[in-house]
Design a protein around this ligand. Structure first.
Ligand SMILES: N[C@H](CCC[C@H](N)C(=O)O)C(=O)O
Length: 270
């Protein structure tokens, strides 16, 4: 019997969700992850998401996120929202970045993404600097459980500048690179070059980082609409410091990964 999966997206940021809560998954190979994410020889997605039994009190599910290059991400906002929609109710997700409460109302799904990390060592950066005014294109950096650089310049620059900035030496763990246009004090247009994934149609943690980084500089209010290629998220950097993200999700299809494909891939050389 193959492994069942659900294909979902949040504003075009798409995911394969493998549910390992009943039958544990052995997904150790970066090669296998990359091939599952491949849009031709695999299923295709921006991130692969695995569900398993939680180990922390108060959590309903343990969620892990993997990029198409096989690297693991500490946070994935749109995927977190999709998992909440898939499970139904208001599950609390256990992630690398802690416990994330979720809620659903009027067809929209919210995730409380925790507090941004603003200190250079927590992002991390390679050396001490003012993370609200970096020497790199005058950007700002923070972590939402994953590193984000936000540049306040045209979204059209994402494809050109994203690749080199993702691997800039300032980011020892690489970074997601957001290109934010401030349309008004409550509205940002954003495009993200994602670490380990490239250009995506939307990025939840990137939207959170863009609002935090813009608000730190007085460019926007603490509640903002963030518009990306396929629609908008509402982001609030709450007074208690945590960041709330709300937006739509969509289940596209469910399927079963063929055993022969899995067996072949498990032994595949990179
Ligand atoms: N698409 C995700 C972000 C993935 C981040 C990943 N690329 C990383 O390595 O941090 C989101 O909605 O937050």
């Amino acid at each position: 019997m193959g492994v069942s999966f659900t294909k979902m997206h949040g504003l075009g940021n798409d995911f394969i969700i493998l549910d390992g809560r009943t039958t544990p998954l052995s997904l150790s190979s970066a090669t296998l992850i990359s091939r599952l994410c491949d849009r031709r020889t695999g299923i295709g997605c921006d991130q692969l998401v695995t569900l398993s039994t939680p180990t922390r009190d108060g959590a309903d599910v343990l969620v892990r996120f993997f990029n198409p290059d096989g690297s693991e991400a500490g946070a994935c906002g749109n995927a977190s929202r999709c998992v909440a929609a898939l499970l139904g109710g208001n599950p609390t997700l256990q992630t690398q970045n802690g416990l994330l409460p979720t809620s659903q109302e009027n067809g929209l799904v919210s995730v409380l993404m925790g507090k941004p990390h603003l200190d250079w060592q927590a992002i991390p950066l390679a050396h001490n600097c003012d993370t609200a005014h970096l020497p790199l294109h005058d950007g700002a950096a923070c972590s939402m459980g994953n590193p984000h650089l936000t540049l306040f310049r045209s979204i059209e620059d994402a494809a050109l500048l994203g690749p080199e900035l993702e691997t800039d030496p300032l980011f020892p763990e690489r970074a997601n690179i957001g290109f934010a246009e401030i349309l008004s004090p409550t509205h940002i247009r954003l495009r993200v070059w994602e670490r380990g994934a490239g250009l995506t149609l939307a990025c939840g943690s990137g939207a959170c980082a863009a609002v935090v980084n813009a608000a730190r500089r007085g460019l926007v209010e603490r509640t903002c609409r963030v518009t990306m290629e396929c629609g908008s998220l509402t982001i609030t950097w709450k007074d208690d410091g945590s960041v709330l993200m709300t937006g739509p999700t969509q289940t596209v299809f469910t399927g079963t990964l063929d055993e022969s494909w899995l067996a072949q891939e498990q032994t595949a050389t990179p």
